[in-house]
Design a protein around this ligand. Structure first.
Ligand code: CP3
Length: 345
């Protein structure tokens, strides 16, 4: 059974706990020799479609680093196969979609999400939860805008030009696509919760590309729909974006219980902006952990000092662990953060 008294879950809820909880986005990945060894034999997608491997890869950083939560090894693209979207994940590139969604007919042709198409993920969740001995497992999904950006562009983009053009010029088509994706996100996350996930994170990594007005008009209603549908699960719900300082107030108004903050925004400033009743997660610059022990440690210390005594704080990086990271630096950061957060901080 998931351990309700874990410091990670308690910090999500703003309940007192012994020290600062810490985990890392992309804590399972290519910076680990064990993951690179598996990648010699299997593709990323083969790994993500094999429950025993999902379990082993997910549990490994908990054992190696002593982090306070596991995050399911998978990818935001995985559930899109159920809608009939054919994609690949290319090394050092990211997700590539064979036939991008361009028209209303393309959106109408998407199949409804069927959770039995992702049985391997749900079995991976079950196996992982039993192997974790009470350490909470974070399930996750991409958010509709970030998923749409891959589906509409067909490949990683810096401008999100096609996605924005659809949003402005074919607003009904865009809204229908967002609605279909929101329905998928809700069903997919509910299925992960039923399989045993203790918290759920929604990655809206690229939403910071939008203006506040576009976010409020075209994205926020779908996010409110998602969070209000998930509230009945009574699990911590984490919402994360990058380069999204201008959107933080709107993103906090969705019903998320935890907001992921990137390294550009000081956590003290986010706290002042958002008030005391939302948990903040972040926000070490990921390049600090590639810069060596001392630079990483100094950044971590500054963040923990600024958040000292705040019961709603979870230490993380501001985005994923870079693949050039030395695992020993991450291990040191975990120990240092745990040592700094005593006295009920
Ligand atoms: O440890 C964890 O955080 C859990 C696993 C996880 C992966 N992807 C594994 C992965 C999670 C939570 C994701 C989410 C994800 N995938 C996001 C949102 C989070 C973020 O980083 O902003 C996004 C935007 C994607 C899309 C994606 N998938 C990208 C941009 C890439 C990187 C491309 C590259 O090779 O650099 C992937 C591939 C991917 N997802 C890898 C891993 C471990 C590397 C794949 C490999 O083994 O080659």
């Amino acid at each position: 059974m998931p351990d309700d008294t874990s410091r990670f879950i308690r910090a999500c809820r703003g309940e007192p706990h012994d020290t600062i909880p810490v985990w890392f986005m992309r804590q399972a990945g290519r910076y680990q020799p064990s993951y690179r060894a598996l990648r010699q034999r299997y593709s990323m997608l083969q790994l993500a479609r094999t429950p025993e491997l999902i379990r082993d890869i997910t549990v490994r950083p908990v054992e190696d680093l002593g982090v306070d939560a596991a995050i399911l090894f998978s990818d935001i693209m995985i559930p899109l196969a159920s809608l009939g979207i054919d994609f690949d994940i290319q090394e050092n590139v990211g997700p590539v979609v064979a036939q991008p969604v361009e028209t209303r007919a393309d959106v109408d042709a998407l199949k409804p999400f069927d959770a039995t198409d992702v049985d391997f993920v749900l079995e991976g969740v079950e196996r992982t939860v039993s192997a974790l001995n009470g350490v909470p497992l974070i399930g996750f999904s991409g958010a509709p805008f970030t998923l749409a950006s891959y589906i509409v562009e067909g490949a990683p983009s810096r401008t999100y030009r096609r996605t924005k053009h659809m949003m402005w010029q074919e607003p009904d088509t865009f809204a229908m696509l967002m609605e279909r994706l929101a329905d998928m996100v809700i069903a997919y996350l509910k299925a992960q919760a039923a399989a045993g996930a203790s918290a759920l994170q929604i990655f809206d990594s690229w939403v910071g590309a939008l203006s506040v007005a576009d976010y409020r008009d075209s994205v926020l209603p779908h996010m409110v729909h998602i969070f209000s549908s998930l509230i009945e699960l009574n699990l911590p719900l984490i919402y994360f974006g990058v380069g999204n300082q201008h959107l933080l107030e709107a993103m906090a108004s969705t019903g998320a219980s935890v907001l992921g903050i990137d390294w550009r925004t000081p956590l003290s400033q986010a706290r002042t902006m958002l008030g005391p009743s939302i948990t903040l997660q972040g926000n070490l610059d990921p390049e600090r952990v590639t810069a060596g022990m001392d630079t990483a440690e100094q950044g971590a210390i500054d963040i923990c000092r600024a958040m000292r005594g705040d019961p709603r704080f979870i230490f993380n990086l501001g985005h994923g662990v870079p693949k050039e990271t030395d695992p020993a630096v991450l291990k040191h950061i975990v120990d240092r953060v745990h040592a700094m957060g005593g006295d009920g901080a």
